[in-house]
Ligand binder design. Structure first.
Ligand code: KMH
Ligand code: ZN
Length: 271
């Protein structure tokens, strides 16, 4: 089996310091957290920027500062969010792409998102995709619902997406696809042959989905964006603690963990 790619989603747009006291918010804190996650096995860092008040921002300048600080510390793959927060406008969400990162997320459809609606119109999904390929950015296709795979396949048919596609199954968002194992099997069985996939289980789904992904040949995303607990009732002390656990489990199960360079090869980045 190919080595395991671990993505650390260290901040997100929704979690607060009140909920998770160790949440990294400033560019320095995010870069430091990226380094710690890299040291214990993360090869991708998924980044949401926050402004000086700690609120989500899609500011080019803040993403630039984070990217430069991360790159000074380690060679982890920098993957900014184009999803932002549910209230960000599409133009704002587009801004981190101007940094030409190696990867970026691309949400493949509209979804319930707890009490909110996360809107992704076909027009803008296409715009994001075109912008990414023009800039040689590898999209990670965010799937919150089964139908989002169909959207991706439609874009593939229109030659807007290119193979091999890398999917991220975000599972367990309230109102969207749950995070049970048969949900995961269903998604995995409906993506094109030759695709790669990772799974981001929300809350209590994080660990069980991660273990299944390790065994099934998928990849894993963990971090405070998705889950702030180490186990029921016990907050995690850091994102790195969550990454370390996945790296340990994977090695115990006989699957080595990819370095950023190995992850680039697996995902076809920079080749
Ligand atoms: N914060 C969510 C509304 C992404 O990063 O691309 C969207 C999100 C997806 O987190
Ligand atoms: Zn995100």
């Amino acid at each position: 089996m190919e080595k395991l790619i671990i993505t650390a989603a260290v901040t997100g747009a929704e979690v607060t310091r009140e909920q998770q006291p160790n949440l990294p918010l400033t560019p320095d804190e995010i870069a430091e957290e990226a380094l710690k996650c890299y040291e214990v096995g993360a090869s991708i860092i998924h980044v949401h920027a926050r402004d000086k008040e700690g609120n989500p921002t899609q500011s080019y300048d803040v993403y630039k500062e984070i990217k430069e600080k991360v790159e000074k510390k380690c060679n982890v793959i920098f993957q900014p969010s184009t999803g932002g927060a549910v209230w960000h406008k599409f133009e704002e969400r587009m801004q981190p792409l101007k940094l030409n990162p190696e990867m970026a997320t691309l949400s493949a459809g509209t979804t319930n998102f707890g009490e909110d609606i996360f809107v992704n119109s076909s027009e803008y999904i296409e715009k994001f995709a075109k912008e990414m390929y023009e800039r040689k950015i590898k999209p990670e296709i965010e799937v919150f619902e089964r139908g989002h795979i169909n959207n991706a396949l439609r874009l593939l048919k229109k030659e807007i997406l290119r193979t091999p596609i890398h999917f991220d199954f975000v599972m367990g968002v309230p109102g969207a696809i749950p995070g049970e194992i048969d949900d995961l099997l269903y998604l995995v069985n409906h993506i094109p042959h030759g695709s790669t996939w990772t799974v981001a289980g929300i809350g209590r789904y994080e660990l069980s989905l991660a273990v299944h992904a390790i065994l099934m040949g998928g990849h894993v995303r963990v971090g405070f964006e998705d889950n702030i607990y180490y186990k029921k009732g016990e907050l995690a002390t850091s994102n790195a603690q969550l990454v370390q656990r996945i790296a340990n489990i994977s090695r115990e199960l006989g699957r080595e963990v990819a370095t950023p360079e190995e992850a680039r090869k697996i995902l076809g980045i920079g080749g």
